[in-house]
Design a binder for this molecule. Structure first.
Ligand code: HEM
Length: 301
């Protein structure tokens, strides 16, 4: 918020305005009782503003503080102390959770009320114009200082939410990286398991049944190949590469092919066999469609 001197400069507040302010005080302050009552009546009309005055004590306090405000903006020297007082009014409004829109709207009521008083008591057009100009400057400066608390509160909120956002993104990135590493370790362990499975299949082929053993080993080899593909995709992604959904379809296809190998050895009935082949066909179509759409995307491998 600029200093009071800067504010007066920005609103082109002159010595003439200071003189006019004294005249405004003479004309408006005698009406302050009625003014405070009408101001309160206006606040009472809208349900939102009325809820801030649940007791008679609150109503009386409101009228007193309004008269106090009217007096200080028309008679107190425009200095640092007045600046602080008006800032405190703004802070009070922010503290009670009053929507700043209502402060702006009620200032419009104040402006029209003061103008009416002037219209009724000043006949000379030139001095009327000059008084109106000063009145507008005084009310605008006051509103500017009072609403600065709202702007500060909003800035604080934006700053806080930006910081929270920044920390959340940082932590999410770290957790994601950690989970990716866990996935990588899981894949490595699984690859080791599949290698062990391949070894037992080869042992089975050599020690018991060559035909069954070779076919089972072929299935295990397919899975091992898939594991290598998955590990490759994971390493690529850790390096910042693109994620390919197609890899999951690859995996499912390999699992079904292995199942067909095993089913052929176990001599399954034609229905089960047909179902497995049908599922493989569906996966093949999905694989084809995904490959087709990936090719269309820019930057696709
Ligand atoms: C031109 C607009 C307004 C002016 C000049 C004004 C002025 C003031 C002043 C001088 C105070 C005393 C601050 C303090 O001592 O800390 C105050 C407090 C208060 N104002 Fe306003 N006000 C305005 C608009 C409104 C509006 C629209 C409402 C709507 C409900 C409102 C509700 C209140 C309330 C409830 C308090 C008392 C807070 C407490 O309990 O301490 N004011 N206002």
């Amino acid at each position: 918020m600029p200093s009071i001197e800067d504010l007066l400069n920005h609103y082109s507040y002159t010595k003439q305005d200071e003189e006019n302010r004294r005249k405004l005080a003479e004309l408006i302050l005698p009406e302050k009782e009625q003014f405070a009552s009408d101001f309160y009546a206006m606040l009472e009309e809208a349900p939102y503003t009325a809820q801030f005055f649940p007791t008679q004590e609150a109503i009386n306090k409101r009228k007193t503080t309004f008269k106090f405000w009217l007096k200080i903006i028309l008679t107190s020297p425009f200095d640092h102390r007045l600046h602080l007082k008006l800032e405190r009014v703004g802070k009070t409004h922010v503290r009670i959770g009053l929507d700043g829109h209502y402060v702006n709207a009620s200032m419009n009521f104040v402006r029209r009320y003061c103008q009416q008083i002037l219209f009724q008591s000043v006949s000379d057009t030139r001095s009327m114009d000059s008084l109106l100009e000063t009145l507008n400057k005084v009310l605008d400066i006051s509103l500017d200082i009072m609403t600065s608390s709202y702007r500060e509160a909003e800035l604080k909120q934006v700053f806080l939410s930006k910081r929270a956002e920044y920390w959340m993104v940082r932590w999410a990135e770290r957790i994601m990286h950690g989970l990716n590493l866990v996935l990588m370790v899981g894949l490595l362990l699984l690859a080791a398991g599949v290698t062990a499975l391949l070894s037992t299949d080869i042992y089975f082929a050599l020690s018991s049944d060559v035909e069954q053993g070779v076919i089972r080993a072929l299935g295990s080899l397919l899975i091992l190949w898939m594991m290598v593909e998955l590990l490759h995709a994971q390493v690529e992604q850790l390096k910042g590469g693109k994620f390919h959904v197609r890899i999951f379809v690859d995996l499912a296809m390999v699992a079904f092919i292995r199942k067909i190998f095993v089913a052929s050895l176990e001599g399954k009935d034609p229905w089960s066999f047909g179902l497995l082949i049908g599922a493989l066909l569906v996966l093949g179509i999905i694989y084809f469609l995904l490959g087709h759409s990936e090719k269309k995307q820019p930057g696709a491998r």
